[in-house]
Design a protein. Structure first.
Length: 256
């Protein structure tokens, strides 16, 4: 008797392997043709990019935090992820994303826009990730909104001179008395909240950089780092206190 469950599983495996190969071949053909397009630059890793508009600010290092707007598609135009469509930029440490992003964004300057064409071996490889099939070549339109330079200290004098970043989000917007009027301040409230979240990510990375100095250094360095971490945590807490108060009131209004 035929075990139809086994046949089904084998069929799925064969189909998956077939589409994996097709995806790889199609991606290679696309990249080969794209390499001949005007303005497209191909790097030794296989990454391709085309500058849409040149920025004028700093370029990020792999260890920096960046804030971007992006629109990600497969080579057939299928959208798999887009901060543009969500209407909300995102921020992340540049060394904690796919290799194509880490390499590509270092070619940009703050304020610029670039289209990246990323082959699977510096994207997600043979893995399927959400709506992204195995061996997919990815296309990203990226706008680099801001670069948060990390500048981790490396010497005892630099640790002693180190100052945790200050939050530059302005004052919290004035909240209305009732929920019905909340829409009038929603955009400014969301902007303030996002700015505070970016700040928190940034100072967290700064303190992680300091903590990395606790290993492999002498006692004077370790003591200086611990003192600086204590001071930094206090400074961050003071700066985030009005944010927490604002968010508590904002959430309370939304649930009224």
């Amino acid at each position: 008797m035929v075990n139809f469950q086994v046949v089904r599983v084998i069929g799925l495996l064969v189909c998956g392997f077939y589409f994996s190969l097709v995806g790889a071949v199609t991606g290679k053909d696309f990249m080969a043709a794209n390499d001949k397009q005007a303005g497209v630059v191909t790097t030794p890793s296989g990454l391709q990019y085309k500058v849409v508009s040149e920025g004028s600010g700093p370029s990020p290092a792999a260890t920096d935090l960046v804030k971007v707007h992006y629109h990600g598609t497969l080579i057939d135009g299928t959208v798999f992820d887009s901060s543009v469509e969500r209407g909300s930029p995102t921020s992340f440490a540049l060394n904690r994303v796919i290799k194509g992003w880490t390499e590509g964004l270092q070619t940009m300057k703050q304020g610029g826009k670039t289209t990246f064409y990323i082959p699977p071996d510096i994207a997600y490889g043979s893995k399927a990730v959400g709506p992204i099939p195995p061996n997919s070549t990815l296309v990203f339109e990226v706008e680099l909104l801001r670069v948060f330079k990390l500048n981790t200290p490396s010497s005892l004098d630099e640790v002693k001179a180190f100052k945790i970043a200050s939050m530059d989000c302005g004052t919290p917007p004035e909240l209305p008395a009732n929920k019905d009027q909340l829409k009038s301040v929603q955009r400014s409230a969301d902007t303030y909240s996002t700015c505070a979240q970016d700040y928190y990510k940034y100072v967290t990375m700064q303190m992680e950089g300091l903590m990395g100095l606790l290993e492999g250094n002498d006692e004077d360095m370790r003591d200086a780092v611990l003192d600086k971490l204590r001071d930094s945590k206090k400074a961050v807490a003071v700066q985030l206190d009005p944010v927490i108060t604002f968010l508590d009131k904002y959430q309370a209004l939304q649930t009224m």
